[in-house]
Design a protein around this ligand. Structure first.
Ligand code: G3P
Ligand code: MG
Length: 246
């Protein structure tokens, strides 16, 4: 597996604000804008199939309700997504495999965020990594696995050691780099509100590339890139893309 190389801009939850979140349509919008990378969230259905959705429940982003982990993929595949205004769209909740195939077709690098339902860190890390490794053999998409969960990242490493990994941090503990390095991560991915020049410098000196989420302000994104941030995850590929994509 080739090592992960950050695209300068990655669209958050497939299409950012330009499409229903975590949808196949979002990938198409990103690619049409010349974006080369996307971030999306992978969680397990009741049957163990990885599906692409952010919340543990279906309520906010779909026409259905209740826990994602309470339904099989056969059931979830029928569920339609809502857009940011809550309107029902023509998009269906996608599986990881559907998203992956679409990334391959569109030439998009994939940052797969492992998003475990409560108490499912090990199973989700293991199964998402196993599936991604299998899919990569068929569709050679550049991939970075990431998670806020150290437990999920550890399970992913055991399951598919050759895949690149990044540790997500919403706050920046003093030992963030040590924790990422101990898990064999290549990248640190940090909330825009807590990242600063010193943190970027420390991470890069530790041999970690740095990603930042979710930056929508063009000036701030440019400044992050100047400070050495390799990849900016954004909801606004329409405004950041033309500035940052070479
Ligand atoms: O992976 C970066 C970002 O997506 C993490 O936050 O809550 O949007 O998944 P969240
Ligand atoms: Mg995410």
């Amino acid at each position: 597996m080739p090592p992960w190389r950050w695209p300068a801009v990655l669209t958050h939850r497939c299409g950012g604000r330009l499409a229903p979140e975590n949808s196949l349509a979002g990938l198409c919008r990103a690619a049409a804008l010349g974006i080369r990378g996307v971030e999306f969230d992978a969680m397990l259905a009741a049957c163990g199939t990885p599906v692409v959705i952010h919340d543990e429940t279906l309520d906010r982003t779909t026409e259905a309700s209740g826990p994602v982990a309470g339904r099989s993929w056969a059931e979830l595949a029928q569920v339609r997504l809502r857009d940011a205004e809550g309107r029902l769209s023509a998009e269906h909740l996608p599986s990881l495999e559907q998203i992956f195939r679409c990334c391959a077709r569109l030439g998009l690098a994939a940052n797969v965020e492992i998003k475990p339902s409560a108490g499912q860190d090990i199973e989700t890390g293991r199964e998402v990594a196993r599936q991604v490794a299998r899919l990569c053999r068929i569709h050679p998409v550049p991939v970075l696995l990431s998670s806020f969960s150290s437990t999920a990242l550890d399970a992913a490493r055991t399951s598919a050691p050759s895949l690149s990994r990044g540790h997500l941090f919403a706050q920046l503990p003093i030992d963030a780099c040590e924790r990422a390095t101990a898990l064999g991560c290549q990248a640190l991915i940090v909330d825009k509100d807590v990242v600063d020049a010193a943190a970027i410098d420390v991470a890069r000196r530790a041999g970690l590339s740095v990603g930042v989420y979710t930056e929508n302000h063009p000036g701030h994104a440019l400044q992050l890139r100047r400070l050495g941030v390799a990849g900016v995850i954004t909801d606004r590929p329409d405004t950041l893309g033309p500035l940052l994509v070479p």
